[in-house]
Design a protein around this ligand. Sequence first.
Ligand code: MLT
Length: 269
Amino acid sequence: MQVLADDGVVLYASVNARQRRNALLLIHGFPFSSRVWDAQTQAVEQNVVVIRPDLRGAGQSGISPGPYLMETLAADVATVLDAIGVERVSVAGHSMGGYVAMAFLRMFSERVERLALIASRLRADTPSEAKSRLELADRLERERSMDPLVESMLPRLFGSSPQDIHPETVERAADIVRNNDPLGAAAALRGMALRSSSEDIAEDVDVPVLIVAGGRDRTIPLGEARENARQFRNARLVICEDSGHLPMLEEPGRLSGALSDWLGARASG
Ligand code: MLT
């Protein structure tokens, strides 16, 4: 489906509407698109409505001038949910998608039934992380190419060296990245550099929270994921031991199982 954001940008979302009891929102990370969730969608779609937006600037969604603030992306997601007629939803975000999920929670807490952060974090960028992002954004804009992301960023996202990963998995990830627009990716980088910490709202979250960490994630160290889990009152930590930053591709079955368990969890309070 397609829907127009408040500023007229076309937002694309894939929606399976086999039944309407529970809805699951899957928010992709950077520099990916909704296609990254294919395995998890297949695993749970008999039981829930799966809503997978392409964030603006990614996949089949349109592009606007950046930076894409996490709040703008969260408002886009709300626009998609409104168009489908879904009020409350279980929200799962991968990495940047987790930053968007936290912005969504801050803006629309009453709409969040459960929260899952997959290889994501609560804190903001350090000044040097923000500086590197802005340099990369400049480069993507200058070169008008996704090659820097496919060649230097992507290999570091896997927990194992590329020769030890199934070639189809590596090719699939590269294909998803290559199909994004460098200007959209640059705008997302600029938005991530500007984001604020979500640590202040974690302890007030009273819905079931799932934290999924890659045991070999070089972007979000395992220690930080453990600490993030402790910051919530009601979080379960699942470690995908053989994954780096991309458990949805590296251990799809393990992640799908964790999401299914979480979807069955009820709020304790
Ligand atoms: C992502 O996977 O979304 C990015 O690695 C997030 C980040 O760079 O902070």
